[in-house]
Ligand binder design. Sequence first.
Ligand code: AHG
Ligand code: MN
Ligand code: MN
Length: 335
Amino acid sequence: MSQRNQTLGEFIIENQSSFKYTSGELSRLINSIRLAAKVVNHEVNKAGLVDILGAAGDTNIQGENQQKLDVYANEKFIQTMTDRNIVCGIASEEEDDFITINSKDENHQNKYVVLIDPLDGSSNIDVNVSVGTIFSVYRRVTPVGTPVQLEDFLQKGTKQVAAGYIIYGTSTMLVYTTGDGVNGFTLNPAIGSYYLSHPDMKFPEDGRIYSVNEGNYIHFPKGIKNYIKYCQMEEGDRPYTSRYIGSLVSDFHRNMIKGGIYMYPKSSKASNGKLRLLYECNPMAFLAEQANGKASDGFTRIMEIEPTELHQRVPFICGSKNMVEKAEEFMRNAE
Ligand code: AHG
Ligand code: MN
Ligand code: MN
């Protein structure tokens, strides 16, 4: 039952029993992410003061080294989850290899691994434009109590048990799914609590927004070029309108609310596109599907792709169902 003014904490407790693994471990994990997100939010919010407080690489007045925000966010999320002893491993876009968490508890029973893009869209920070954090959660496949292995992280997106993002925007929101729809919570900064502001989020089936870096147009595959032309053509409710923030979390968030498609295709410059399957595409694909949307590499469902390496990149097309299917049709026809 959802009620007005429900906080994220209340929502987690209320929904814990409906989740198929009821140990409470996943709830504690989401709790630790919401906590780290508040700390990162605070830091991101004062990014504009960097000229006053000192830029990355400088030493501040306390003799501490100023850090880049993506490094800072990476440390905060890892530290929060490690200290609370709730996961057995973490993989991050900012780390070359995965991190094994050796529990202080002798017979530690932690079942979950987390994959994270601690700061997505980080090139937007200097210009005061929204950035985000993306996370993805799996149950480990190797035996509980032993150190995690690469195979615990290289799981297909269909195996995710939770995924979500935090958007540090005009307001800060945490949006997540545990496989039972998508819910969005807005942070009230005065109180430090997140409130259920966007229950049961759904992509409109159709939309009018396309989001792609058109600066790469000449390098795109024929199918994508044709689809972009289709979006620009005058017919019915077209031409569509173009919106591209350059921050996946923000572009996705807007498209989910208004209806739209996000594309980061492969190009003659980048044969698999830019986005990371494990840290960016799979979590966004899980959210999209839970919100009636779709995510594809142009031909294959993103969550069906078998990962082969931690930092693997894939072409990514995601958003309103009918728009993604239309883009796929253009891809097939250009083969
Ligand atoms: P990150 O900051 O984690 O490296 O990710 C940036 C990603 C994504 O958020 C965004 O949509 C895309 O890069 C933008 O890339 P282009 O500047 O090539 O368009
Ligand atoms: Mn990113
Ligand atoms: Mn990043």
